[in-house]
Design a protein around this ligand. Structure first.
Ligand code: CP3
Length: 347
């Protein structure tokens, strides 16, 4: 990719190391069920996966939170589980229950997956990226994403969300070689998928490792850090300087090492981490992102203001993108998001 003008604006400038008087902000899962306008268009699609593969609906869902709250970045509306779908696994979302995949019980089950990600199947996602980018102003950032190999593998193996990711952890201990092959395949798929998102027009990508926090140190290094190192290196070999944010949720005391080893531009800090600790320990060249508790946003009021102020103070004078420590919850009142935006922007 050459010759494309690089869009800047507050978000990318901050990701590349600038410190502004007020941090740029966006919220994980900012398009979703807390918005009545989201629920209205969601009701027009027969299933969640159809919704993700409908460029008109997905473009609209991506833009809704920007229109309402004027966030500095839009995140592509899709899901991390379109990757297993494009690898040939059956993926559906049971209404009110969450994702359901045909589980990978034994190493032989992995044999049914495609070797390579079918980017044709994901063509509607890239069309969504083009549609959103055409509507967004130049100073707004469009974030693309993928699930990290470990997190995606936990759903592929269990066939659903699990509280402790036990099926994937047991699979990795019992069949380390087959598990490594699955991770390698997901690294490959993620690289191709992220590069295609950049080619369609995203300005930055985030790698969601939502279940990084359950692994012991050695497994965290093998299944979270090493794959992220590879993804960042291989994406940047094709898209030089690609802005990348890593979100190893629950990485705790290993956060700074994840940041340094992977070479990400930004690192998502989850709710349980003291942002002041992250600000001191993560290398100054890496922008920190986070980390308001989604529950204090549901509460609102003085507790919300105090929590926001503590974060702004803890991140003072270092590159910081304001965000939640995990996704916004459906029961969040819109008035509290408005209060949050005013508080962060000092208006
Ligand atoms: O606004 C955005 O952040 C962009 C869209 C987005 C969705 N999912 C939409 C979605 C993104 C970035 C994701 C990431 C995702 N998906 C993750 C990683 C981040 C995290 O939250 O840990 C994971 C683990 C998934 C898998 C997934 N998708 C689950 C477990 C569920 C069911 C739980 C739930 O909240 O219902 C989904 C469904 C999903 N993905 C919804 C949305 C808006 C809700 C479904 C609906 O609207 O019908």
């Amino acid at each position: 990719m050459t010759g494309k003008p690089k869009r800047r604006g507050l978000f990318i400038d901050t990701l590349k190391g600038d410190v502004a008087p007020q941090p740029p902000m966006w919220l994980m899962r900012q398009a979703g069920r807390y918005l009545p306008e989201y629920k209205a268009i969601r009701a027009t699609a027969s299933s969640f996966i159809d919704f993700c593969y409908n460029p008109d609906l997905a473009t609209e869902a991506t833009l809704q939170p920007i229109r309402r709250f004027d966030f500095d970045a839009a995140i592509l509306f899709s899901d991390i589980l379109v990757v297993p779908d494009a690898l040939g696994q059956t993926v559906r979302f049971a209404e009110g229950e969450g994702p359901r995949l045909s589980p990978l019980v034994s190493p032989e089950d992995c044999g049914f997956l495609n070797d390579e990600i079918d980017l044709e199947r994901l063509a509607p996602v890239f069309e969504t990226v083009r549609g959103v980018r055409a509507e967004l102003s130049d100073d707004k950032t469009l974030i693309g994403f993928c699930g990290a190999p470990w997190t995606v593998a936990t759903y592929m193996i269990a066939g659903r969300g699990t509280p402790d990711q036990r099926p994937a952890r047991m699979f990795a201990y019992a069949h380390p070689e087959a598990f490594q092959r699955l991770i390698d395949r997901l690294v490959d798929a993620s690289v191709r998928y992220l590069v295609a998102q950049f080619e369609a027009g995203v300005d930055c990508v985030q790698i969601f490792d939502s279940w990084a926090g359950v692994l012991p140190r050695a497994e965290f290094d093998s299944w979270c850090v090493a794959p992220a190192v590879e993804i960042v290196r291989r994406v940047r070999a094709i898209v030089p300087g690609a802005p990348i944010i890593g979100f190893p949720r629950g990485a705790s005391t290993s956060l700074s090492e994840y940041a340094t080893k992977t070479g990400v531009d930004g690192i998502g800090i989850d709710t349980a981490v003291d942002l002041g600790f992250a600000a001191k320990t993560v290398d100054r060249s890496v922008t920190i992102q986070g980390n308001l508790d989604p529950l204090v946003l549901i509460n609102g009021g003085a507790a919300l203001d105090a929590a926001v102020d503590r974060i702004l103070e803890a991140a003072d004078r270092r590159p910081h993108i304001f965000n939640l420590g995990h996704g916004i919850l459906p029961e969040t009142p819109i008035a509290h998001v408005e209060q949050l935006v005013r508080r962060v922007r000092g208006i």
